[in-house]
Design a binder for this molecule. Structure first.
Ligand code: NDP
Length: 466
């Protein structure tokens, strides 16, 4: 097996018998899920936090919790035929992985992106299980999506695709069964088309079947902002442990989608300046700070690229094909928030950030930081907030949306944001306290993994072998 985090398998096994069990299960994960590297990576990261937990809790080993957690409860793969505007017929592949329902109905977003494979959805679903547990709200974990590429597609094509997706998916969903939301390539427009088709097929106005809905038809205020805002709140709590804050901080944010835009907004509200953002074609360096109104205009109205932003902003510079971390080669950076996609911040990027003086990195995206990069950051004493904890505000606010739907109520922006802020504070406190309990103060990765894992494991044991 490839050594991971610089520790060989033999070394790990020497530590405890629990570690030996973990390695056996991990080998099974690799052989039962060949080629699903992102899934392996997500499992490895959680497993690395567990030896002490299993030593303290042999009941988890006896109940085969590890083995059960590595096998989703249900995996659905389906054909999605759709017709383009020019009359050509296309076939995409749809996925829904109903990962774990120990704590509540399956809950997690849909991703529409050409790179989506079953292994991508499984890694996201696996992460989601622990993230949802950390919110303290009654939601299980799931994830879904398609290899459909929405880029350059007309509104009508997007609608037909979403309708075709839902025509198959609806039979697996329900407000007490499985509740999807947005993710990469799926925003309010797509949720609208998906909801419309669900309503049409089921003949039910079942608001709680999807979250991220429009405000006038069952959506929750703050849901759009929640992931980005929550990531910044989490980072604020991490910074506070070192007597620091966002006030006057220089920040890099990767991506320019939903999570990135609202992370930028909250950083600016708290007195920081975001000097770089990106998309898959390159990055923008904007020394005066990203003009959020312009960025939103470009992304949400013009549906343009980050290069279009740079063109309309005189002092900004477009860095084609470069990741945003390249900005740290020429500018001191206090905080980095990866908010685009998985494995987008590697060890070289981490070293660049460390040289630029970074104090904290928090994951707005899911698994954006490679294991090697996490090691570089931790060795340099950088505060590191893993996505499971740092970006949990999105799904938490989705659960608040479900709560409003169930009571046919709608809450004010201020009240909902207050709830989000409290949830993020609790998640931070829970990760910190769990890390301390296990003698690894300040290790938010282990804190998040252990707190999420034990909650799910206890519920699974209580519910029997199912
Ligand atoms: P969006 O589709 O709104 O934005 C994604 C952004 O990331 C875009 O700027 C996109 O650029 C960029 N991006 C996507 N893929 C790549 C890639 N392969 N290489 C470089 N850049 C890329 O998605 P979200 O903002 O909703 O999601 C971003 C991340 O946050 C994802 O990891 C998602 O799982 C995670 N997340 C989202 C939540 C939510 O509530 N939306 C909740 C929790 C986590 P381009 O336009 O060029 O593709």
């Amino acid at each position: 097996m490839i050594p991971h985090h610089g520790i060989s398998t033999a070394e790990r096994i020497r530590v405890t018998p629990s570690a030996a069990r973990i390695e056996t299960v991990y080998e099974q994960v690799i052989s039962r899920n060949p080629g699903e590297h992102e899934f392996h990576q997500a499992v490895r990261e959680v497993f690395d936090s567990l030896p002490k937990v299993l030593s303290r809790h042999p009941e988890y080993v006896d109940a085969s919790i590890l083995e059960r957690l590595c096998e989703p409860e249900r995996q659905i793969i389906f054909r999605i035929p759709w017709t383009a505007d020019d009359g050509t017929v296309h076939i995409s592949r749809g996925f829904r992985v109903q990962y774990n329902s120990a704590l509540g109905p399956y809950k997690g977003g849909l991703r529409f992106h050409p790179d989506v494979l079953l292994g991508t959805v499984k890694f996201l679903g696996f992460e989601q299980v622990f993230k949802n547990a950390l919110t303290g709200l009654p939601i299980g974990g799931g994830k879904g999506g398609s290899d459909f590429d929405p880029k350059g597609r007309s509104d009508a094509e997007i609608m037909r695709f979403c309708q075709s997706f839902m025509t198959e998916a609806y039979r697996h969903l329900g407000d007490r069964v499985d509740v999807p939301a947005g993710d990469i390539g799926v925003g309010r427009r797509e949720i609208g088309y998906l909801f419309g088709q669900y309503k049409r097929i089921s003949n039910r106005y079942e608001s709680g079947v999807l979250t991220g809905k429009g405000i006038t038809w069952g959506g929750s205020l703050v849901r759009t902002e929640a992931t980005g805002y929550g990531t910044v709140y989490f980072t604020e709590h991490m910074l506070a442990t070192r007597g620091r804050s966002f006030d006057g901080a220089t920040v890099l944010v990767s991506g320019s989608g939903n999570v990135a835009i609202y992370a930028i907004e909250k950083v600016h509200e708290l007195g920081g300046v975001v000097v770089g953002a990106s998309d898959s074609s390159g990055s923008v360096y904007d020394p005066e700070g990203i003009d959020l109104a312009l960025l939103r205009e470009v992304k949400e109205i013009q549906r343009g690229r980050i290069a279009d932003y740079a063109q309309q902003r005189p002092r900004a510079e477009f860095l084609p094909e470069r990741r945003v971390w390249a900005v740290a080669e020429r500018h001191d950076i206090d905080v980095a928030l990866p908010c685009a996609t998985q494995n987008e911040l590697n060890d070289d990027d981490a070293a660049t950030l460390v040289r630029a003086g970074v104090a904290a990195v928090a994951e707005g995206a899911n698994m954006p930081t490679t294991p090697e990069a996490i090691r570089v950051l931790r060795q340099a004493g950088v505060l590191f907030g893993p996505g499971k904890a740092a970006n949990a505000g999105g799904v938490a606010t989705s659960a608040l949306e479900m709560q409003q739907n169930a009571t046919r109520d709608s809450w004010s922006f201020e009240y909902t944001e207050q709830r989000l802020a409290e949830i993020m504070e609790n998640i931070h406190a829970r990760c910190a306290a769990t890390a301390e309990e296990y003698g690894i103060d300040g290790d938010y990765v282990a804190g998040a993994n252990i707190a999420g894992f034990t909650q799910v494991a206890d519920a699974m044991i209580a519910q029997g072998v199912i």
